[in-house]
Design a protein around this ligand. Sequence first.
Ligand code: SAH
Ligand code: SF4
Length: 368
Amino acid sequence: MDLIQLLDLTKDELQTLLTDWGEPRYRADQIWRWLYRRFAFSPEEMTDLPKSLRTRLSTETRLHPLHFLTTLDSSDGQTRKTLFTLPDGPRVEAVLMRYQKRRTLCISTQAGCAMGCPFCATGQGGFDRNLSSGEIMAQVLFYARLLAVEEGRVTNIVFMGMGEPLANYAATWAAIRRLNDPTGFGLGARAMTLSTVGLAPAIRRMSHEPERVGLAVSLHAPTDELRDELVPINRRYPLAQLMGACREYITATRRRVSFEYALMDGINDSDEQAHQLADLLGGMLAHVNLIPLNPTADSPYRGSSKSRVRAFSAVLEDRGVPTTLRLRRGIDIQAGCGQLRARYGSSEGRTPTTALSADKHPGTGDHH
Ligand code: SAH
Ligand code: SF4
């Protein structure tokens, strides 16, 4: 018998299941609270349920689909990455970043990624499969439970881990809804940000969703010619289409769109390209996040020098484009996403692409 995946269920589906089992309606509310407010890891913890129901849940359902594999803390203790194995073998990473008041999670939506951006560790590892909504939720609940121990809580979630969230639209959106549910996890849509490689039709679809989550777009190049190379999906959805979809999102949500731009030495970091970027974004309710690229093992691209990053940023500022420079943390942790997995192997039984012993602190280099 296939196990029922508890974290994949909507509240209605959970209610139906409990009704089918002959349980009173309020049992679903109790279980919902155990899952999304008290972050139970097993039905045995749900002490206000009758023993018989706990036993049935334990035998017929699976609560946590993620098997904890390893965790790594940055040297300043502010960033923690965890690598999980899915029941069928693939691995995914999720990251906790501690700021003064915020506790931000970076969550994966796919095991691997099919978009093939040549500078990205996840893209280099190829695509395994989409995550289910429960597998996305489970990453959040893992950290929520950890933070609860120190009386902290998750304040922000960014869908910027492994994978392309808009290529797994249904599951990602099911997770967003459940995270937003005031009777469940209860995180405001404004505290969530989705990062996309730029799937224009899906961005348009997003603008019709009631949950107004933040939109970040991985731009990385100001012209189609260069973007075709750095972000291959640009050949399918070129800049004119992508910008059109972003404008639609801004009009529908009145929210500012963030454009991520990883500066690569001698590739996309000249003053002229900064001007081209300013031209592209001129007049838009936009914001640019600049980071020097984190080099990955198999990529020819290198990060720009600090002075080049500052010069590029100065052009944007001069042109009136709001810009954030991330020299150490923040979005740059994303570059690490996929790198821990690369060191351990993308799935059980597969050979790592980098030797573990080559690095004492895999995945926690100077970019954190
Ligand atoms: N697939 C989505 C979300 C995951 S990637 C997307 O591409 O937006 C999250 C962010 O990390 C993206 O902006 C991506 O371009 C960036 N990124 C990937 N590899 C990187 C690297 N080596 N250095 C810096 N940023 C990188
Ligand atoms: Fe996929 Fe994003 Fe990496 Fe591109 S940058 S390969 S879309 S995860």
